[in-house]
Design a protein around this ligand. Structure first.
Ligand SMILES: [Zn+2]
Length: 345
């Protein structure tokens, strides 16, 4: 497939990071069937039907239902290994995997969560050795399950110091469970030296984005769609250098973006905000990171814009400064080399 001067091969070679992908949401229907059968659960004839969603509430319900299959360290390690191998093939240098222990704790109280975190970390180390792809873990608190569960997640993170946990996030039902209820957990995360991100402005208004930044000290916002209509929140995002993980396909399928509305990615770019692209839950939304870059082109972005998005993805990552610098250098070198190739044609 070609869009002007951008081909799928060019996109694949473009060095990039993915900062917003839920490990649970990478589970394909085939992986679901395999894992569920292994755990003695019934599997429908077409497991793909379990992944269907038409809006945000049906997505959340489908997500929780599918996560019931994840019960052992082997299950989650399998997902991490498979996703990182795919990402590496698509030119992704660094992945930040969101994972929600609280959901598993609520569905499978006897699950070995420290064992799961260690197994994911081992899969991440193996992916680095075999495929050269770097990865970190973000513990994603669940709004619906309350702050006590978030604090329990932090205890778990403290008990697993070698599991590559770089930060905490906040997901779940944004409309009914505001950020205010998680201030203590985010404060404790900051004291532990963990980075902070939060889904906001996806299923609630711009006030939710403001709360994530002001009350939770979020360094990144997941989605942030609602911020586009609030000049003061756009100003706050710029002033604090907060990055926005844009998930174009996800926003269409969950209804985060009103029917027929233009995605605010173009506005974020024009305003010089640190926007990045991610898949969110690739199995539910049937997308890949390369598909997201192509979708951005269809919004009218140029090749230079895509290079900026890729550079942004390294800048906004929670990796250490040396690694970020090296990836950004690689990204700029790729941009210059392809520019030279373009002008000599
Ligand atoms: Zn998400």
């Amino acid at each position: 497939m070609t869009f002007g001067d951008v081909t799928r091969a060019w996109l694949r070679e473009l060095p990039k990071a993915e900062l917003h992908v839920h490990l649970e949401g990478t589970m394909s229907p085939a992986a679901y069937a395999r894992i569920a059968r292994r755990n003695g659960m019934p599997v429908p004839k077409d497991p793909g039907t379990l992944f269907a969603c038409r809006d945000f509430p049906t997505f959340l319900a489908a997500f929780v239902n599918v996560v019931k299959a994840l019960q052992t360290p082997e299950d989650v390690a399998e997902l991490a290994g498979a996703y990182l191998a795919c990402a590496a093939r698509d030119g992704v240098r660094h992945v930040e995997l969101l994972f929600s222990p609280a959901t598993i704790r609520s569905l499978t109280p006897r699950a070995d969560l420290p064992g799961m975190l260690r197994a994911i970390a081992e899969a991440c180390r193996a992916a680095r050795r075999v495929h050269g792809v770097s990865s970190l873990l973000i513990i994603d608190f669940v709004r619906n399950l309350g702050e006590q569960e978030a604090l329990a997640d932090l205890d778990l993170a403290v008990a697993c110091p070698d599991c590559g946990i770089a930060g905490v996030g906040l997901g779940g039902d944004e409309a009914r469970f505001p950020a205010t209820a998680f201030v203590k957990a985010f404060d404790r995360a900051a004291k532990l030296g963990l980075h902070r991100t939060a889904h906001a402005g996806e299923a609630a208004g711009s006030e939710s984005v403001r709360a994530a930044i002001e009350q939770l000290q979020a360094e990144r916002i997941g989605h942030g769609v609602a911020a586009a209509s609030d000049e003061s929140v756009l100003g706050l995002i710029a002033e604090r250098n907060v990055a926005i993980d844009c998930c174009l396909t996800s926003n269409l399928l969950t209804g985060a973006l009103p029917e027929g509305a233009r995605h605010p990615l173009t506005l974020f770019m024009r305003r010089g905000l640190i926007a990045t692209l991610s898949t969110d839950d690739p199995s539910f939304f049937r997308t890949t990171l390369l598909d997201e870059y192509e979708r951005a082109l269809r919004l009218g972005l140029t090749r230079d814009d895509l290079i900026r998005l890729a550079c942004n993805s390294f800048e906004a990552s929670f990796a250490d400064a040396d690694a970020k610098r090296a990836w950004q250098t690689e990204c700029r070198a790729y941009a210059e080399a392809s520019q030279r190739a373009c002008t000599s044609e």
